[in-house]
Ligand binder design. Sequence first.
Ligand code: ATP
Length: 374
Amino acid sequence: MGRLGGVVVDQARKAYGTVAALKGVSLTIAPGEFLALVGPSGCGKTTLMRAIAGLEALDAGRVMFGADDVTARRAADRDVAMVFQNYALYPHLTVFQNIAVPLVMRRLNAWQRLPLLGPLLSGGAREKIAADVRGAAESLAIGHLLARKPGQLSGGQRQRVALGRAIVRRPRVFLMDEPLSNLDASLRTETRRELVDLHRRVGAATIYVTHDQSEAMTMADRVAVMMAGEILQVGTPEAIYAEPADLRVAGFVGSPRINVLDADTGPDGRVLVAGWDTGLQGLGATHYAVRPESLVPAADGLPVRLEHIEFLGESLLLHTRHEPTGAALVARLEPQARKSLERGQALHLRPLHGLLFGADGRRVRSLARSPALV
Ligand code: ATP
């Protein structure tokens, strides 16, 4: 059993009355990996984390840490550190004491914890705890705040104290459930980077729950996309973005959202959108999806009408309507394209890379009939 082993969740099921929160979830997190678990509200993320932590008993399935089956083990015996959105710190304790709590509980017995007698009985254990607390605080840049109480800290600083309390234990597994959602936007971006750095140094398998797909994509080694109690896809951020296995994954990841048009498949397997030839062949395709940055103006493209132009600085978003079907289509272009565009104008947008999906939402393998078109 490696201390820094991975985590395996095998066919986990959990229902609350008639609500199936986990419908047979299987997931593997490699040793030292940072995995982001992302999905809309209510999809079962917190339930899965609580099951891994041992705070929620599964109806069926197993949780393994390395070669250890921990399914029946209580939370206190799993060696998991958790950081939640509500980082409950003890208000009457200093930052130092807050970070030290798990070490005091674990390393000192009841006698050694006594304020006056304790130091005489604890050998070097208290000094070791103090050194570990200082080390964790330094690595989070809160070393200068150790004497303060939580009420004297900013939200970001409190968040770091909660992180310090989690890392100081050197856990086998790190679980973070929306830990940054209380921070303002700029602090959140900064803290994201710090968390990734911290993870590299701590090295424990980490599962990071968020409903913010951009947070998941920028931080994680791999991303697991969860919806309605199921994991739809697990992969690197690049794979999830470029090769989504399911239309719901394609729609959840990427901003602005991927464009989706209804498609028909001809008897010869040609995929058409309102008669327009996509250049692809795919059996059973009912949807043709294309990312905004993959649409370029070209005479042989999809006929659209330009409704609105959004200038974002580094790019332009064209909000258009596909004329034959009335479907909304958003294209992302270079800002220089602005000069030649006008609201209300008719133009053609050609997808450089389209994805096909079937009626069940699953990806349909596509073949390019003409390489020039794909
Ligand atoms: P959020 O992002 O909003 O926190 P989530 O993805 O973490 O959502 P869960 O909290 O895991 O979702 O909830 C999954 C489903 O189980 C939801 O439908 C929720 O209402 C239900 N649920 C969660 N906990 C309980 C409970 N203790 N009793 C009854 N139903 C519950």
